[in-house]
Design a protein around this ligand. Structure first.
Ligand code: AMP
Length: 188
């Protein structure tokens, strides 16, 4: 199964991604995780990405697209779930070409729908628990703005291709997981 998990920052993508990975044996590919790891190791990509991430801006398309290209090529025939990619229409188009070149397609784009106020509350809470550097209040607001401007148009993009599945991302974690499960079971 090949999936995209998509939604605003704080929608619970990471939590639900763990559940989907375990249950459907797909490889979890998170561009945010790859970039944070690169930052920690102070690689060239990591140092470059840091300035964008610290401000809540998107890392340039070429950088993240190259990460995805390499990951997808390494996976070959296996299933995967993209988490945090694509985040712009340009990235979605590049992904389309990468997949077309590989002769594969996306089975579903799971859109985790969470209202704005809930998102701000959740990220503020996460900041207190995890201390993520990009979770300060100003940066959170910027990330939400970036999401609205650059990422939310992907909803229409994938709706048009018929792969979008909207899941209500509010409620108990297990209930949300159950809703996703309902969608994914139909694909099997
Ligand atoms: P995440 O962990 O998915 O919330 O990503 C954390 C940060 O990494 C984002 O705020 C961006 O700065 C950067 N990032 C992750 N994925 C992408 C992407 N697909 N395009 C651009 N920047 C990204």
């Amino acid at each position: 199964m090949r999936l995209i998990l998509f939604g605003p920052p704080g929608a619970g993508k990471g939590t639900q991604a763990d559940f989907i990975r375990d249950r459907y044996e797909v490889e979890h590919i998170s561009t945010g995780d790859v970039l944070r790891e690169a930052m920690k190791n102070e690689t060239e990509v990591g140092l470059y990405a840091k300035s964008f991430m610290d401000k809540g801006e998107l890392v340039p398309d070429e950088v993240v697209t190259e990460i995805i290209r390499q990951k997808i090529s390494a996976i070959g025939e296996g299933g995967f779930m993209l988490d945090g990619f694509p985040r712009t229409l340009e990235q979605a188009r590049s992904l389309g070409s990468i997949l077309a070149d590989a002769g594969i397609g996306i089975d579903a784009v799971i859109f985790l729908e969470v209202p704005d106020e809930e998102v701000v509350q959740r990220i503020t809470k996460r900041q207190k628990i995890e201390g993520r550097q990009d979770d300060t209040e100003g940066v959170i607001r910027n990330r939400l703005r970036v999401y609205k401007d650059q990422t939310s148009p992907l909803k229409d993009f994938y709706e048009k291709t018929g792969v979008l599945r909207t899941v209500e991302g509010v409620g108990q974690i297990s209930d949300i997981a159950g809703r996703i499960d309902g969608v994914l079971k139909q694909l099997q």
